[in-house]
Design a protein. Structure first.
Length: 188
């Protein structure tokens, strides 16, 4: 979905409510009900997305899919549950936490390789706050959403942290395949 920035307020509201309702049902131990399809056909298009949970402003879970593997509204519901229960960095979200948890949805454009001739060329082509970045190095891969630039605005530090996130050496980004994407994100 290349024009994700064109979501209507109603579409954004639907996606946030869908993530919230799915999260509440899952944390309460209820089975997910069959999700009614959205009225907007755009929300049935296949595209990548992430759901981020924050507790009192701090990251509490973030799971998503970069590639477009299912309709957007189904990905949002699945990623909301996965962010609450399957982010290995955090314990599972408990029902008592729900009042303090805010939800952010990020809808991604398809990733594309960023052709670079050298590490310096890569640094010159990266656009902070706009590019989400994927590093691929052998079997290892990691990504940072464009929002991560807020915490790591220095390009070198951004790439070093992204390398380490994948379990690679700090400077392995210099030899990795680099892909970029854009995201529109909105929160409650």
């Amino acid at each position: 979905m290349d024009n994700a920035e064109d979501f209507t307020p109603q579409e954004m509201k639907y996606m946030l409510e869908l993530a919230r309702k799915t999260l509440e049902r899952a944390v309460s131990g209820k089975d997910a009900e069959a999700l009614p399809p959205p009225e907007s056909p755009r929300l049935g298009e296949y595209c990548g997305c992430f759901v981020t949970l924050k507790a009192f402003g701090q990251l509490r879970g973030c799971i998503g899919n970069i590639e477009p593997v299912r309709p957007l509204y189904l990905s949002i519901a699945e990623n909301a549950v996965n962010a609450a229960f399957h982010d290995p960095r955090f314990p599972q979200v408990k029902a008592a936490e729900l009042g303090g948890i805010g939800i952010e949805v990020s809808v991604l454009t398809p990733p594309a390789p960023l052709e670079c001739s050298s590490p310096d060329d890569l640094l010159s082509k990266l656009i902070p706050f706009e590019h989400g970045v994927i590093l691929k190095f052998g079997p290892r891969q990691s990504t940072f959403l464009p929002q991560v630039w807020e915490q790591l605005p220095n390009k070198l530090m951004f790439l070093e942290h992204l390398s380490m996130k994948a379990g690679m050496g700090r400077d392995d980004w210099k030899n990795a395949d680099v892909w970029v994407y854009r995201a529109v994100h909105f929160s409650e």
